[in-house]
Design a protein around this ligand. Structure first.
Ligand SMILES: *Cc1c(COP(=O)(O)O)cnc(C)c1O
Length: 378
């Protein structure tokens, strides 16, 4: 489907490595997830890929945004997004960042501690606040556990405190880990949120927003369940735990929107062996862990590779990046095969690289420039 569109997009003759973003594919992904979660507020997590052309088209299609910094706020405003409908989803903000956001019209902020709540009350008075709940990342290929969120009993206290500080305790948020492969992993947090809403109602506090975060997965080398399966699993859980008192649902997809829109064009620098009898070849590309492929750490995200020589006989390879750091190996434990006649100078296209790549690329490690990005509209 959409990922294929990006692969078959017209050949770009830019120097490699270069990330080609097909903006239309991202918009199609947004439309599909917004359709699956009909009625939900869909905030694209800008950190997945903040390319201005992408943000502009998403804003034009009606997408809302989740931001985590001043530059992301500025990018969204430049893309035409209404600041009043941005959510500032990071729970770790400097006081100046909160004041900056508030001055530009941002009115929704996440928090997971009393200290952060007090900052928001001072620098963004009266704003809507969402309390981030700790959630398990079990089942996710790229876990986000532990760093964000608090336990439910603390969340209840903090929501009361928010009301006392004159803030609007609008709801809760959680994130089940990125590239979450199990649609059932949202339910435990939904159950926690429902119990929390109930408890707060007894104190006259009526939270209304359930922010189910991101985590929605995409096809890399293996197909995942369709997004509709995630939507229906979440919908069922919301009905089961909230019943008649349905909250407003909000989601923050990052990877789902951006990943299928990107193809990373790279060049083979060297194909070699470590001994004459080695069956496994080493294939060194001109992009690696420091050039944007950070999510290959622990071989967590396994991208699909396409070469012009595909179809002929292939054999096992270890794939590595070009830098002089020995952790700059992409895949050595995961079975990857590439054509036997692959050689230096060949282009290898890394598919599904639209999310968490360009922004992860280092500034100048080993003298290599950050990853170039070209956004096109097909
Ligand atoms: C990164 C992030 C997201 C997006 O996560 P994906 O797994 O890419 O969908 C959503 N919400 C918050 C708060 C995030 O930090």
């Amino acid at each position: 489907m959409t990922a294929t569109a990006a692969v078959t997009a017209p050949e770009v003759t830019a120097p490699t490595p270069c990330l080609i973003i097909d903006v239309a594919t991202a918009v199609a992904q947004y439309r599909r997830i917004a359709g699956a979660f009909a009625g939900a507020h869909v905030h694209y997590a800008v950190k997945a890929n903040p390319e201005p052309a992408l943000l502009r088209e998403l804003a034009g299609a009606g997408c809302l945004f989740d931001v985590a910094s001043r530059p992301e706020i500025d990018l969204c405003r430049a893309a035409g997004a209404d600041p009043a409908r941005l959510s500032y989803g990071s729970t770790i903000k400097k006081a100046e960042d909160i004041a900056y956001a508030y001055a530009r019209g941002v009115r929704m902020f996440a928090f997971d501690s009393a200290e952060e709540l007090d900052k928001i009350a001072t620098y963004a008075p009266g704003s809507e606040v969402l309390c981030r709940l700790l959630a398990s990342s079990m089942g996710a290929r790229w876990p986000l556990s532990r760093k964000f969120g608090c336990v439910p009993e603390m969340a209840a206290d903090l929501m009361r405190r928010a009301a006392g500080l004159g803030l609007d305790p609008a709801g809760v948020s959680f994130h089940v880990g990125s590239q979450q492969l199990d649609p059932r992993r949202w339910e435990p947090s939904i159950a926690t949120a429902a119990a929390l809403f109930d408890e707060l109602r007894a104190d006259g506090i009526r939270p209304r927003i359930l922010n189910a975060g991101g985590g929605f997965p995409v096809d890399y080398r293996t197909a995942v369940a369709p997004i509709e399966a995630y939507a229906s699993s979440i919908e069922t859980a919301v009905s089961r735990h909230f019943g008649e008192d349905r909250p407003e649902l909000m989601i923050e997809p990052g990877r789902y929107v951006a990943a299928p829109a990107g193809v990373l064009h790279t060049e083979v620098v060297l194909v070699s062996r470590k001994s004459y009898g080695d069956e496994q070849r080493w294939v060194f590309l001109d992009v690696g862990r420091f050039g944007g492929l950070a999510e290959t750490e622990d071989e967590a995200i396994q991208y699909r590779l396409v070469t012009a020589r595909d179809g002929g006989p292939a054999g096992p390879v270890i794939l590595a990046g070009p830098t002089c750091d020995s952790v700059d190996i992409l895949y050595q434990h995961t079975a990857y095969e590439l054509p036997l006649d692959l050689r230096a100078g060949d282009v290898v296209r890394i598919v599904g690289t639209g999310a968490y790549t360009a922004t992860y690329s280092s500034v100048g490690f080993n003298g290599l420039p950050p990853l170039a990005v070209i956004a096109q509209s097909s």
